[in-house]
Design a protein around this ligand. Structure first.
Ligand code: PLP
Length: 389
């Protein structure tokens, strides 16, 4: 007898698997594929960071840590947030070390959302947001954005979507998949909206270190916002540590304590060896972060300029490591373009529609891969587009 789908939770049945994986699975069966698909650094984690983790194992530090994470690490995160972004979070009462920014997001959503309540989410956006909100019984409310407006939502856009059920909004800056970065003025305007309507802001700032044109402004640093902001961040991107699964969240004590309750029961603590690695990264890793960032900036400039030359109009991404060009001139849908490009030219990109309806007509190209690979991918994309001209 087949296992019944009615065994499953209603909420789980409402969510879809990530649309990105489908293309990775297809690409994995082919040879000679250049992947601009995956959102992770091509760099290996710095040696001193790996060594610190090995040392922790050699020294026998293999037990649970405090639920909120090693105190030393929380102290270091607190110092780092202050020095880099002017944020002021207490290691005792306002920080939790998590299993990636992914778990931080899950904790934040579960700590604040009740069934029926609404969260405003500008799209195109990171694929997990909608599902995490749906899993709580709350409702994700997509806010459409356009390339003309830099794929950013304004206070007016949020205002237009406001209902008496709106509880929170989720802002990702720099953005996956568009690379857009919200300026201080834009954040101030959204902050005013949040204060006026008593809205909680989830600020996914996992790419905060990776801005190439202007210094980054954090939502929690905007006056009056710390009390209503949950910061989501981590080590995966800037420190090239995706496989270590280490992130953190910072929030006012009431919200942080609620998140910690979930974390205690669902996870206990983040892996100890990854926490020792992150500690070393924060103490001695800033030069490596800068070195990688310099390299991403060069790649960003190359890919955006060339895509525009090829005729795939690309808005200027100020951060993260994604270009989000339009493929509308080809007359193909995002899915068709990505699939045909993979089959004909062996270049893997992600169709923009997997990030939400505003992403239709676009593709996401990750430039967290070597310059040589990017150059070859661009030659292939050019050939592919010219065949359709
Ligand atoms: N938030 C955004 C915007 C991301 O792009 C990602 C990963 O791609 C995450 C969160 C999750 O990161 P982590 O590897 O720390 O779980």
């Amino acid at each position: 007898m087949e296992t019944k789908t009615s065994y499953l939770s209603d909420y789980v049945q409402q969510i879809k698997p990530s649309g990105i994986r489908k293309f990775f699975d297809l690409a994995a069966t082919m040879e000679g594929v250049i992947s601009l698909g995956v959102g992770e650094p091509d760099f290996v984690t710095a040696w001193n960071v790996r060594e610190a983790s090995i040392l922790s194992l050699e020294q026998g530090y293999t037990a649970y840590t405090a639920n909120a994470g090693l105190y030393e690490l929380r102290e270091e995160i607190s110092r780092y947030l202050d020095q880099r972004f002017g944020l002021n979070y207490s290691p005792d009462s306002e920080l939790i070390v998590t299993v990636g920014a992914s778990q931080a997001l899950d904790l934040a959503v579960r700590a604040i959302m009740n069934p029926g309540e609404e969260m405003l989410i500008p799209e195109p956006c990171f694929v997990a947001y909608e599902s995490l909100v749906t899993l709580t019984g709350a409702k994700p409310v997509p806010i459409q954005t356009t390339a003309e407006k830099g794929f950013k939502a304004s206070a007016a856009d949020f205002e237009a979507a406001l209902t008496d059920k709106t509880k929170a909004l989720l802002l990702c800056s720099p953005s996956n998949p568009t690379g857009s970065v919200y300026s201080k003025e834009e954040l101030e305007s959204i902050a005013a909206f949040a204060e006026k309507h008593d809205i909680i802001v989830l600020a996914d700032e996992i790419y905060a270190e990776l801005t190439y044109d202007e210094p980054f402004t954090s939502m929690g640093a905007i006056r009056g916002m710390k009390e209503r902001t949950i910061l989501i961040s981590g080590f995966s991107k800037a420190f090239a540590m995706t496989g270590w699964r280490l992130g953190f969240t910072a929030a006012p004590p009431v919200i942080r304590d609620a998140m910690l309750k979930i974390h205690q029961h669902a996870m206990m603590c983040a892996p100890s060896m990854a926490q020792y690695a992150a500690l070393e990264g924060l103490k001695n890793g800033q030069e490596d972060v800068e070195r990688m960032k310099k390299s991403y900036r060069r790649r960003r400039n190359l890919i955006v300029e060339t895509l525009n030359e090829i005729g795939l109009g690309c808005h200027h991404p100020g951060g993260a490591f994604y270009a989000f060009p339009s493929i509308q001139s080809t007359g193909m849908s995002s899915e068709e373009f990505a699939e045909q490009l993979l089959l004909e030219e062996k270049v893997a990109v992600v169709p923009g529609n997997v990030f939400g309806p505003s992403g239709e007509g676009y593709i996401r190209c990750s430039y967290a891969t070597s310059i040589e690979q990017i150059q070859e991918a661009l030659v292939r994309i050019k050939r592919f587009v010219e065949k359709r001209a």
